[in-house]
Ligand binder design. Structure first.
Ligand code: ACO
Length: 368
């Protein structure tokens, strides 16, 4: 692991001491969140609606998951449409023009198409060109993965302003005849503008912890439509174009990794759970959030929960919760916040932030 020690104020250069003792020089610029924006479809799917679609009850859904309703994109709205709307809202919040962005990363498992990348569609929608734009697949950990990647791209000095988006329309891959999964998921997008600051500025992003354990790949999977099982009449008839999940195994993994990854990211910054002002866990199930919160020993008032009105929005989840914390005035400059996701892969990702952005009164939300 690299242990970066700044060599002098104002140089932006650090000495990285590798575990093998070799010293390398690296540019290290502070990176801050400059803007946040979200996009959520107007259409709501309530538990009462689901009672009419599958053998379930509002009581079962609320007691087992904490979810009361989710947002569902209309047929003519794809992931890139939500991603673009969130991107525009984030740019507006950052008071920046699209032309100031020099890197776009979209985290999604429901891209508009296998290719081109959804990030390229967003780039075209913003009317900009000639900058890298790519997608990243890490399920509900996607936004944490994307923030980590953009952070390193910016802190190295290679890029100046990155647009990082978590966007998913899981309603497109959910089997609405399967009560075990269809009650859980909703659609949405969240975007962050991350900006490189001059050396000496307060670092916004302090640490990250990413990981994956591919042995759990079959626990949450979209079996068909890729090179393993190309689309055919048989795969459609077998409903293999819908996501399949082993809920109980994912549940156990989620509770364990939410605690472990959050502790690891804090330890990397030399901090502990007691230093945290706000914890933003992936919003999959209130019981997962509660179990992780208790293991971590964080009081309920320091945890953001919005799973009741959005359900599990996959890559958008921690971004939607971050935006809500800002809108409610629960996240203010100077606060320490950890955002931790987990998802298909299996993957996990935790980002530790010192919040630096003053509220500017600009609405960060676009509803569509
Ligand atoms: N309504 C009524 N009954 C239901 C429903 C429903 N919607 N769904 C399942 N049941 C039944 C089951 O059939 C079962 O009945 P049985 O005992 O007669 O067989 C019973 O309820 C209990 O089922 P379990 O699966 O044991 O229920 P559990 O308490 O584990 O809750 C759940 C299921 C909500 C899926 C839970 O396991 C969970 O949240 N798992 C984690 C899921 C998750 O976080 N996924 C997101 C990963 S992120 C990403 O990358 C997209």
């Amino acid at each position: 692991m690299l242990d970066l020690k700044p060599t002098g104020a104002g140089t932006g250069t650090a000495v990285a001491a590798r575990e093998d003792g070799v010293q390398v020089r690296a540019n290290v610029y502070p990176v801050q969140v400059a803007g946040v924006g979200i996009a959520i479809p107007e259409g709501r799917l309530t538990n009462a609606d689901l009672e009419r679609m599958v053998e379930t009850t509002d009581e079962w859904i609320v007691s087992r998951t904490g979810i009361r309703e989710r947002r569902i994109a209309p047929p003519d709205v794809a992931t890139s449409d939500l991603a673009l709307a969130a991107a525009r809202a984030a740019l507006n919040d950052a008071a920046m023009e699209p032309g100031e962005i020099d890197l776009i990363i979209v985290a999604t498992i429901t891209p508009d198409h296998s290719f081109p990348a959804t990030a390229c569609l967003v780039q075209a929608g913003l009317g900009i060109a000639n900058i890298p734009a790519y997608d990243l697949s890490a399920g509900c950990s996607g936004l944490a993965y994307a923030i980590d990647q953009a952070w390193h791209a910016l802190s190295s000095g290679a890029y100046k302003n990155a647009l990082v988006i978590g966007a998913d329309t899981l309603s497109r891959i959910v089997d609405f005849t399967d009560r075990r999964t269809c009650v859980l998921f909703g659609d949405g997008a969240a975007a962050l503008v991350l900006s490189r600051r001059e050396p000496g500025a307060t670092p916004g992003i302090l640490a990250s912890n990413l990981g994956a354990d591919g042995r759990g790949g079959s626990l949450l999977i979209l079996p068909a439509g890729g090179s393993r099982l190309p689309a055919s009449h048989a795969t459609v008839a077998a409903r293999q174009h819908y996501l399949q999940m082993n809920g109980q195994e994912v549940f156990k993994f989620a509770v364990r990794i939410l605690e472990e990854s959050t502790r690891r990211v804090l330890a990397k910054a030399g901090l502990t759970v007691d230093d945290l002002d706000l914890f933003i866990p992936h919003q999959a199930n209130i019981r997962i959030i509660e179990a992780a919160r208790e293991r971590l020993g964080i009081p309920p008032e320091r945890v953001i929960v919005n799973v009741d009105h959005y359900g599990n929005t996959s890559a958008a989840s921690i971004g939607l919760a971050l935006a809500e914390a800002l809108q409610e005035g629960r996240l203010r400059p100077g606060m320490l916040v950890a955002m931790t996701g987990f998802g298909t892969g299996l993957t996990w990702g935790s980002i530790l932030l010192r919040w630096t952005k003053e509220p500017n009164g600009t609405p960060a939300v676009t509803e569509r």
